[in-house]
Design a protein. Sequence first.
Length: 335
Amino acid sequence: MTEVDSAFIEVDGVEKVFDVRKKTGFMKRERRQVRAVDSISFRVERGEMVGYIGPNGAGKSTTIKMLTGILTPSAGRLRVAGIDPSRERTRLAHRIGVVFGQRTTLWWDLPLVDSYRLMHRMYRIPDARYRANLDRLVELLDLGDLLDVPVRQLSLGQRMRGDIVAALLHDPEVLYLDEPTIGLDVVSKSKVREFLREMNAERGTTVLLTTHDLQDIEQLCKRVMVIDHGRMMYDGPLAGLHEAGESERTLVVDFERELPPIDAPAPARVVRVDGPRQWLAFPAAESAAPLVARIAAEYPLVDLSVREPDIEAVIAKMLHSMGDTPKPPPERATA
Ligand SMILES: Nc1ncnc2c1ncn2[C@@H]1O[C@H](COP(=O)(O)OP(=O)(O)OP(=O)(O)O)[C@@H](O)[C@H]1O
């Protein structure tokens, strides 16, 4: 191994500026520069699963495209597994896997297995390894009955699992996931998450995950990075993000009968009442257990559920609470 002291992914002062030409009138064009990524730095260690989140247009996809070598940075230094992605894109391709939730890498008109056969050739995967990986992945992602079905006939959840198999057939060391659970039903979401957790634990695959679903991050990533207007605004644990934005979760409780708003222990408070159902907001960084125990002891409780805050709301609150000043975490960003 060459990368003894270095992290698996290294991003130092990376920028990406796009030149955009806009039509401003008949025969008139204006040139403008868009700074999609603005001097960001971070490191990801081998085997880490890191969430990479931010509002629309924040610069997430641009970062991922630079990490895969599709785009060349305008400034700064990038390394993945010691490789400069834009200079050695093909060499790097053998070590990375990419899943874009909104697009597919599968051949639409062909049976699923034909796409895998093509990947087998494209990546020159040794036969025995291909066979073993295919068997294992198909079993883990429960695709056995679907291998001969044309991709166009698969449901979104089946297609997504098919895409994940395609991205992993060549045993990549790092996986970039862009919205892997978008549009999936609850069962498919949990299948995908469970698989990713197992893959990370068993194989130590490094994962960079972009998502709008807070539960993806909660269930998969100890660390989250927030980007906004191309700048790194936060890099640390998810709980810290909740604290920075003072975000709240909601406890939804059903009582045996209609009650006036209950006397919730602060900082929890009733925010809505509808018949026997009441909604209580409480700090997202706190456990729901003491609140649930207290309500169960004092009121005629029938059922309850906890709703997570929306990822956009968490980010918006955090950005608002910080003004425009990035929260410098991590020694790891400047190390
Ligand atoms: N090829 C391009 N040419 C010009 N501008 C671009 C190009 N690609 C991205 N941009 C701009 O760069 C900024 C960052 O875009 P990017 O796609 O990286 O954001 P994102 O965080 O992935 O957003 P989303 O969550 O909506 O996918 C946006 O303002 C976008 O319009």
